[in-house]
Design a protein around this ligand. Structure first.
Ligand SMILES: NC(=O)c1ccc[n+]([C@@H]2O[C@H](COP(=O)([O-])OP(=O)(O)OC[C@H]3O[C@@H](n4cnc5c(N)ncnc54)[C@H](OP(=O)(O)O)[C@@H]3O)[C@@H](O)[C@H]2O)c1
Length: 291
């Protein structure tokens, strides 16, 4: 049996940043904001139901942890980072219990600003959609605030989300919903392609290590080229595609197999599912696990 980790001293002062839910995304955000020195670990308090996750977050990041969501919700800025199906019970638990000046940032897929404001009985709410590259401060986060946020409050949100990578404030909440179909799942889409290319390289006869290197370094190089030259993806693709050449033979397979239609259908499916999950959040009223 391993010895219990030493308790982290949580300041009796109001935490600067609170989390409700301490899973994958909360950990990515914690790593990013502490890595950017935006918030000290001791000024972060995470409300999390799982004892194991509380231990992991305390050991890895030195943040304060609690099973009492209301304590974490006492922070100046509170991030809602539970799965959509747990949002209903969290909203119920926090309703009317937030301080008037608390800024709430929800990253819950599908949960609308109106749902969040009404559910919490609170006006200062932001809906944001980051993605897991936040772990290395390379997220693309689209966000929209409720009308009640002041200019300084918007500035605080911008610096929090900016610490995760690139942040984009959109004019309309629909923009966040559309980004949910694209930016949120993009790491999973990219990794699926990487896995498939590595497997194809291995099937051709490369070692897994060589196939991984050929795939990942070529992807990295292609992205760097795109970002640095600012030429269009189509123009850069044309530069690799000589008439009758080998690349064209591969591209023809993608086109004839309907890769564009497949991508379009996948993005639409994510968008639709996120909206369904938002509805599920409204319907969920399970008590039990919180607190
Ligand atoms: N993962 C992504 O790439 C991504 C990207 C953008 C946005 N999001 C959004 O981010 C949110 C969190 O996703 P995630 O991947 O971080 O999920 P996750 O890893 O499952 O983290 C959620 C954590 O919250 C805990 N929890 C459940 N109910 C709770 C409650 N009432 N109070 C406090 N903690 C509670 C869960 O514990 P148990 O596991 O024991 O239930 C879990 O540890 C989701 O709404 C998702 O839509 C995710």
């Amino acid at each position: 049996m391993t010895a219990a980790p030493p308790p982290v001293a949580v300041s009796s002062r109001r935490p600067a940043l609170g989390f409700i839910g301490g899973g994958v995304m909360a950990e990515a955000l914690i790593g990013a904001v502490t890595g950017a020195c935006l918030v000290a670990p001791g000024a972060i308090l995470v409300g999390e139901v799982s004892e194991e996750r509380r231990r992991v977050l305390r050991e890895r990041h030195g943040v304060g942890v609690t099973k009492d969501n209301l304590a974490a919700a006492g922070a100046e800025l509170v991030v809602l980072a539970v799965k959509p199906q747990h949002l209903g019970s969290v909203l119920k638990q926090l309703r009317g219990r937030l301080r008037e000046d608390t800024i709430v940032v929800s990253i819950v897929a599908g949960a609308r600003l109106r749902t969040l404001c009404e559910g919490l009985g609170h006006g200062l709410v932001v809906r944001a959609m980051p993605n897991t590259p936040a772990r290395v401060r390379k997220a693309a986060t689209f966000w929209r605030a409720s009308a009640d946020l002041s200019v300084p409050a918007l500035g605080r949100v911008r610096s929090l989300l900016g610490a995760l990578g690139t942040e984009v404030e959109v004019d309309d909440e629909a923009g966040v919903e559309m980004a949910t179909g694209l930016a949120g799942p993009m790491p999973a889409f990219v990794y699926l392609f990487i896995e498939a290319f590595i497997d194809a390289g291995v099937a051709l006869g490369l070692s897994r290590e060589q196939a991984t290197l050929a795939t990942v370094e070529s992807m990295r190089g292609s992205l760097e080229l795109l970002l640095r030259t600012q030429e269009s993806p189509a123009a850069l693709r044309a530069q690799v595609t000589s008439p009758g050449g080998a690349t064209l033979a591969g591209l023809k397979v993608f086109e004839s197999e309907g890769v564009r239609e497949m991508v379009d259908a996948a993005v639409r499916a994510v968008h639709a599912r996120a909206q369904e999950l938002g509805q599920l959040a409204l319907a969920s009223r399970e008590p039990g696990k919180d607190g």
